[in-house]
Ligand binder design. Structure first.
Ligand code: PMP
Length: 351
């Protein structure tokens, strides 16, 4: 750090993304990307004409993309804001609703803590239950902004809409954010509750179920008043936050429902098969409705399994946090990738 850095930023603990190796060809199951290609409608939309148009700024209102999302979810245009990845939307949320403090689970998406530190927001991290679940009763009358990833990051644990409603009913005086980065792999979205709860913000991304992680597009759906707040933050930070090409890619992707459903179903089926295989090898797997699973075994430590898999060309994610240090997190890949993963695991544990 230089001597010029603002003092309040001296203690920043930036987010550490999963490895993106450049040196070797790994089977990459460490950052919850989608193994399938983006929709061909997205890919075909990027032609010379679109590239030529890069000389012009992108639409600050992202009208076409927001219209496509509004049609998909049957909501109004003023219920939607788009961002440069859902990380940017989350940053806007911390800036807008951090003053009263925030609350989230102890094991969840690591960026919530990072944003809290960046914006000087006080936070409480509420422990998951012993079986790695979120107990909504722990969030009753939080009087702080509640942020829940559903399915939860790192565990894949899922709250039903009934549980989400319970959370909302008990938190009418504060904002409740449901981060649905992984909702399309078997969960039910809370978007349908936005008319009923004016304090609800649902955040989603094109990075996972729509294979556009590198395009960086995310969005939030909420009451028009909350979206107006977030727009005020956005327009005070970066009015052209979604670039032309990414907006077009995302617009085409959300219109291609058939391909989207097909890929989500493939990932769900592969997840089921991977879980069955791991269980038959004696692994414990946290039930997951995401495109990843958390698993552990007494036969080998999480860190060793991660290192041994890496040596054999398969990258998974290891977290050293106390409560999950025995686990590895494995992104659901294609069937072929999963077959290799299972074969390597068998080799490592000597089955
Ligand atoms: N929320 C959760 C729970 C995530 O796991 C991620 C991705 N790591 C994000 C949000 C951010 O996704 P993106 O910025 O790619 O939309």
């Amino acid at each position: 750090m230089s001597k010029f850095l603002a003092q309040k930023l001296n203690t920043l603990k930036p987010y550490v993304p999963g490895e993106q190796p450049k040196d070797a060809q790994y089977i990459k199951l460490n950052t919850n990307e989608n193994p399938y290609s983006p929709s061909k409608y997205s890919v075909d939309a990027i032609d010379r004409e679109q590239i030529e148009k890069l000389k012009l700024y992108s639409d600050p209102e992202s009208f076409n993309l927001r219209t496509a999302i509004a049609n998909y979810y049957n909501v109004n245009l003023q219920n939607i804001i788009v961002g440069n990845g859902s990380d940017e939307i989350l940053a806007f949320i911390f800036a807008a609703y951090g003053e009263c403090g925030v609350v989230f689970p102890d094991i969840t998406y690591g960026f919530y803590r990072v944003f809290a530190n960046l914006y000087g927001v006080k936070y409480d991290a509420i422990p998951l239950t012993d079986d790695y679940k979120i107990d909504v009763n722990d969030y009753e009358k939080a009087n702080k902004t509640v942020i829940i990833a559903n399915p939860n990051a790192q565990t894949g644990d899922y709250l039903t809409l009934i549980q989400i409603e319970e959370l909302l009913k008990n938190n009418r005086e504060n904002v409740v954010v449901i981060d649905e980065a992984y909702i399309d792999f078997g969960g039910e979205s809370a978007v349908k509750l936005i008319d009923k709860y004016e304090n609800l913000i649902v955040v989603q991304t094109f990075s996972k179920s729509r294979s556009l992680a590198g395009a960086r597009v995310g969005f939030a759906v909420a009451s028009s008043a909350l979206i107006a707040d977030l727009n005020a933050v956005k327009n005070s930070f970066n009015p052209y936050n979604v670039n032309r090409l990414s907006a077009l890619l995302a617009e085409k992707a959300i219109k291609d429902k058939e391909y989207f459903i097909q890929n989500c179903n493939k990932i769900i089926a592969t997840r089921k098969r991977l879980v069955e295989n791991l269980k038959s090898l004696g692994f414990f797997v946290i039930p997951s409705k995401a495109n990843f699973i958390m698993t552990k075994t007494e036969k080998i430590s999480g860190e060793r399994l991660y290192l041994q898999l890496k040596e054999r060309g398969v990258l998974v994610r290891y977290f050293s946090d106390e409560r999950i240090k025995n686990f590895v997190r494995i992104t659901i890949g294609t069937d072929e990738q999963t077959n290799i993963l299972i074969a390597k695991i068998k080799e490592i544990i000597g089955e």
